[in-house]
Unconditional design. Structure first.
Length: 191
């Protein structure tokens, strides 16, 4: 059943994206790592694009650039599919990149600019976790992990280890909690 569900979700997401009429941004990839045309990762402590989108979306709630109910209807299945890829493990990077591209395409340029200007870091994600009662695994995702490396080298290392800049060897669940919070926020926006 699970083997059928994930491809069906992915097919639904692709169909949804092709019918949306919104041109998707063209991502560049380096070594199968999604690189956003909108969200930089070239500053010290930058979060991976997936985490920038998630935390940034939550931060937009308090602004004039908040996600609309219409956008939430488009974004919700995309975030749910992205969450499913994380749960499934071993998901092709191309599938993850396609979902991230579609998420960015569903957002307004000013929303993406606002998120980019936040320059979100691991420290911001830690602060969000603390404020929301989420504890991190010991030793996981220490700030400065990969510091001194170029963004490309850090991304390559993270891809090889199967982690984002906020995940460490101890299996931090912070990115999962962040995606769950985005999904809950989008569901609330629709109701």
């Amino acid at each position: 059943m699970k083997k059928i569900f994930l491809p069906l979700v992915f097919l639904f997401v692709l169909l949804l994206a092709s019918c949306s009429g919104t041109a998707a941004p063209t991502p560049t990839t380096g070594g199968d790592i999604y690189v956003s045309p909108n969200l930089p990762v070239d500053y010290e402590g930058a979060l991976a694009v997936r985490n920038q989108l998630a935390l940034g979306t939550l931060e937009l709630i308090q602004t004039d650039s908040a996600i609309s109910a219409e956008q939430a209807q488009t974004l919700l299945p995309l975030w749910q599919a992205l969450r499913s890829t994380q749960q499934a493990g071993g998901t092709a990077q191309a599938e993850v990149s396609a979902l991230l591209t579609q998420i960015e395409a569903a957002m307004k340029p000013e929303q993406l600019q606002s998120i980019a200007s936040m320059k979100l870091t691991f420290t911001n994600m830690q602060e969000w976790a603390t404020a929301n009662g989420i504890t991190m695994g010991s030793g996981g995702g220490q700030p400065g992990q990969g510091s001194g490396m170029s963004p490309e080298a850090r991304a390559t290392k993270q891809a090889a280890e199967g982690v984002t800049s906020s995940e460490g060897g101890s299996g931090s669940k912070l990115p999962t909690a962040l995606m769950d919070a985005v999904i809950a926020s989008l569901e609330a926006q629709i109701q």
